[in-house]
Design a protein around this ligand. Sequence first.
Ligand SMILES: NC(=O)c1ccc[n+]([C@@H]2O[C@H](COP(=O)([O-])OP(=O)(O)OC[C@H]3O[C@@H](n4cnc5c(N)ncnc54)[C@H](OP(=O)(O)O)[C@@H]3O)[C@@H](O)[C@H]2O)c1
Length: 240
Amino acid sequence: MNLAGQTALVTGGAVRIGRAICEALAGAGLNVVVHYRRSATEAVALCAELERRGVQAWAVPADLSSEAACTELIRRATAAAGRLDILINNAAVFHKDSLRATTEAGLLAEFWPNLFAPLLLMRALAAQGAGGKIVNLLDRRITGHDVECVPYVLAKKALAELTQLAARELAPRFTVNGVAPGAVLPPPGQGAAYLHDFAGTVPLQKQVTPAAVAAAVLALLQNDAITGQILFVDGGQHLL
Ligand SMILES: NC(=O)c1ccc[n+]([C@@H]2O[C@H](COP(=O)([O-])OP(=O)(O)OC[C@H]3O[C@@H](n4cnc5c(N)ncnc54)[C@H](OP(=O)(O)O)[C@@H]3O)[C@@H](O)[C@H]2O)c1
């Protein structure tokens, strides 16, 4: 399906994988609302870059830690662009926390951007009455039991389930799919050595790039017959 002229909101779109997704969508002719929380400079610069490439782009801030902020982000994105056809739930946090170290505050800090915000953003978009497409960024860890990051894994597993629940409930107006990357970039603050453990140990024996994740997002958006699917972009790591 040709998506040119449609508008996508990419949460956490200013940097890292989110930025690659914004660039891929713009490359397909989509206008992009780049959501950011702290990366204002990067978001504004990215919008300028996307406009140089011939699409429209808007930078919209929000801390996705409350229902009001999620509802307001959908409202502001729609007001800025005039329409909103696509939502990419990319914003996330990742912390290492075992079951025993987990606190209520830590759980909520992980659950807000990784689970609650995607749910509330999907709900707010669906409430607008039109149809569209949604892609949720998951993690290949949804198939395993990584005890080093219990709140994160719980949130992403729940988001995977929510992706399929939403695919049923929002059909036929929306397609709702997930993309589950393997190790792509080290968490903010960590060096490339973080990924060293994974390089060469996955079946395809190469590192997954942000562009490969973005290409998977675009492929799901371009297909009108796919909903409720989770596409692993992990070099086969989920098979191990
Ligand atoms: N990196 C990997 O190797 C990897 C592996 C598996 C899955 N994933 C998934 O792929 C997606 C992108 O990964 P990534 O590593 O590029 O993500 P990231 O850098 O960890 O986070 C993306 C952006 O989320 C935004 N964000 C975080 N908390 C927020 C909050 N409370 N409110 C609003 N925005 C918030 C931040 O935006 P600002 O910078 O504007 O503050 C951040 O830059 C995520 O869903 C992640 O879980 C990534």
